[in-house]
Design a binder for this molecule. Structure first.
Ligand code: NAD
Ligand code: ZN
Length: 384
């Protein structure tokens, strides 16, 4: 079992995304996708992932490359900053890394964004590749070349576009991923169906049991189809001038609640709630039916995603936080709505009253879905 997909950049083939169910093809893939193996490699990872996968990756790389070192930082978003990047630069300088050498990002989106940014800036840019180990990183953050770190309280404020040389994902790494992290990735996957591919959305809905049970074939199919969608959107619009903005469906209000929760509410949970608010507005414009929304919320619930906001915040406070997000076009909020299940559009005309209604709706309980609890994978419930 394996699948391969090439992502183009500026019309030319750029990098392969390899979807595998083990690390057994990693050596071969590195040989195929990198022209030169006579180089030094630094495997960058976080403390959780290092304990699980660093030895295996270091041993595979040790047989191929001239020299292998690793750089491990404490797991969590709090490490995604310039301080960690500076420590990484220092380690690269001390180990005499030059332009021809390579960084490998082994981990979730935090590791991928930070390593990509260090690779984009060290000596004005060196090669890097991604080995994403969270569902979110596999279907979202490892594809598209957006790299960066947080600056003070501002998320992803400093960054660069830098394409990886390869993305190698082993779906078996999802077996060790906490359930909340799995659910978080599912929000982006459901989003891919909702904005771009109705048939895929129906397929996810039909296979919810098997996906929650981590069926390897379903996971491979799902990750591949999501990579195709994200890949095609970024090929069309690499620098987010148009259609790439559709990927922000659910993220406008989502970012606001994520921030107001002080990031205790995971990204995917926040995005699911943001999608609920955006679906309400899509219905208000006459594009979605009440049935479409109930079905969407039932899909969320099956994957352990919230269907109502578990925070006390006042709706006006959420509105303010939404309006202070960087995705504003001038004074008007650039909102992504669905014009049908499977197609999205940018909409800039919502008033504060429209948004407040949507936020109130997002906060409300939805009785018919509240009872359908997700099948958990392998970890405990979130504290929220
Ligand atoms: P993360 O990298 O913090 O990973 C979540 C947690 O899971 C961490 O504790 C990590 O150590 C652990 N983990 C990772 N893989 C594991 C595994 N296989 N088994 C057990 N534990 C594992 O978070 P994330 O959700 O992967 O990524 C979030 C980040 O991605 C945010 O910083 C966000 O800004 C960024 N992001 C970037 C893009 C982009 O286009 N570049 C897109 C979306 C999100
Ligand atoms: Zn997201």
């Amino acid at each position: 079992m394996s699948k391969n997909l090439n992502v183009k950049y500026e019309g030319k083939p750029c990098y392969n995304i390899r979807v595998e169910s083990s690390f057994s093809s990693l050596a071969e893939s590195l040989q195929e996708d990198l022209d030169n193996l006579q180089r030094k490699v630094c495997i960058v990872t976080d403390s959780h992932v290092a304990a699980l996968y660093l030895d295996e990756i270091a041993s595979i790389c040790g047989d191929l490359f001239a020299k292998v070192i690793s750089f491990v930082f404490p797991a969590g978003e709090a490490s995604k900053n310039m301080d960690t990047v500076q420590k990484l630069y220092l380690s690269l300088i001390e180990n005499h890394f030059d332009r021809g050498d390579l960084l490998i990002a082994l981990g979730g989106g935090v590791v991928g964004d930070l390593t990509g940014f260090a690779a984009a800036t060290y000596l004005r840019g060196i090669d890097f590749l991604q080995i994403p180990t969270t569902l979110l990183a596999q279907v979202d953050s490892s594809i598209g070349g957006k790299t960066g770190v947080d600056f003070q309280q501002y998320k992803n404020m400093v960054g660069a576009f830098h394409m990886p040389r390869m993305v190698y994902m082993n779906t078996a790494t999802l077996n060790t991923l906490p359930a909340e992290q799995f659910s978080s990735g599912m929000a982006e996957i459901i989003k891919h169906g909702l904005i771009r591919d109705e048939a895929y959305y129906r397929w996810i809905s039909d296979h919810r049991e098997g996906i929650c049970g981590l069926d390897p074939e379903l996971l491979e199919e799902m990750i591949y189809r999501s990579c195709q969608i994200k890949g095609s959107v970024v090929e069309e619009d690499p620098k987010e001038k148009g259609v790439r903005a559709h990927l922000n469906f659910g993220h406008t209000v989502g970012h606001a609640v994520e921030k107001l929760s002080d990031f205790r509410l995971s990204h995917g949970y926040s995005v699911a709630l943001g999608m609920k608010a955006a679906a309400y507005l899509s219905k208000k414009l006459g594009y979605l039916s009440g049935e479409d929304i109930s079905e969407m919320l039932s899909v969320f619930a099956s994957f352990g995603l919230p269907v109502s906001l578990p925070l006390e915040e006042d709706s006006r406070e959420i509105l303010q936080a939404t309006k202070s997000d960087k995705k504003m076009a001038g004074k008007q909020i650039k909102f992504i709505i669905l014009t049908a299940v499977g197609t999205a559009q940018i909409y800039r005309e919502f008033t504060d009253e429209d948004l407040l209604e949507a936020i109130d709706y997002m906060k409300s309980d939805v009785p018919e879905t509240a009872g359908s609890v997700a099948k958990k994978t392998n970890a405990e419930e979130t504290g929220l």
